[in-house]
Design a protein around this ligand. Structure first.
Ligand code: DX5
Ligand code: ZN
Length: 235
């Protein structure tokens, strides 16, 4: 997967879902991955939390390595950790295809974005909910992916913050045409349309997918909602 190819694939699709494994049954992770694969998932979003950058602790390098052994889906690793630069090589070696870190964790993100790209991964810069979008604006041409949190980072199942759409809109108007803009948090059938209209094209959904008994049906429903919202507003 080259950067150009993947970004333009996402741009062409207009709506790509990234189910977040945080909401999956960790005791049956392989079964969950198979159910997502059979349901048509293309990307798996993996939330890494260290209990310092965010209050919660989730999974780390060994889990990414185990996932890599059982799937060819794009592994989208979202680092919610302090000092992310200490770990990017290890996550890449474990098999991460996308590595995103937070601007609040790295005030000088340019060298780290470059290091991630040099490792052959896509480099994502994330902005927590409520952090001014100006913080990431200088780097829109350095990152492959701009990740806007639509809930405070740390937990699944929170309510969508509509003010995040303002950041998505601002970044969409500034970023290069084929930039991937990812939105993460509270995406479900009620919010996905607004997120797509604002300009997000990689949409993370944890609870919004895993609450359903049939993940494939639910992913199709979410994608259709987003595409029909785009059609309704003439895009
Ligand atoms: C939260 C994580 C999200 C989370 C989203 O900090 O970054 O990826 O899994 O979960 P939902 O979709 O349930 O809000
Ligand atoms: Zn996430």
């Amino acid at each position: 997967m080259t950067t150009e190819k993947w970004s333009s694939y996402v741009a062409r699709q207009r709506v790509v879902l990234a189910p977040s494994l945080l909401a999956s049954d960790f005791a049956n992770l392989e079964r969950e991955v198979r159910r997502l694969e059979e349901g048509g998932a293309e990307v798996l979003h993996v939330d890494v939390m260290d209990g310092l950058f965010v209050p919660n602790i989730s999974v780390g390098i060994p889990v990414v390595a185990s996932l890599r052994k059982i799937t060819r889906l794009t592994l989208d690793v979202h680092l919610m950790i302090v000092d992310p630069g200490r770990y990017v090589e290890a996550f890449r070696k474990a098999g991460a295809d996308v590595i995103s870190f937070h601007i609040e964790a790295e005030s000088n993100p340019r060298p780290l974005l470059k290091r991630i790209k040099d490792l052959g991964a896509l480099a994502g810069l994330a902005l927590n909910c409520g952090v001014p979008v100006d913080r990431v604006k200088p780097y829109v041409n350095d990152a492959d992916i701009l990740l806007v949190m639509s809930v405070p980072a740390g937990f699944g199942g929170q309510t969508f913050h509509y003010e995040a759409l303002e950041s998505v809109r601002a970044l969409r108007s500034l970023a290069p045409d084929d930039a991937v803009i990812e939105i993460d948090g509270g995406i479900d059938e009620n919010t996905i349309g607004a997120a797509a209209i604002a300009g997000a094209n990689l949409l993370v959904a944890g609870t919004g997918v895993f609450k359903a008994s049939d993940y494939g049906d639910q992913m199709t429903k979410l994608r259709e909602r987003a595409l029909s919202a785009l059609r309704d507003c003439g895009e």
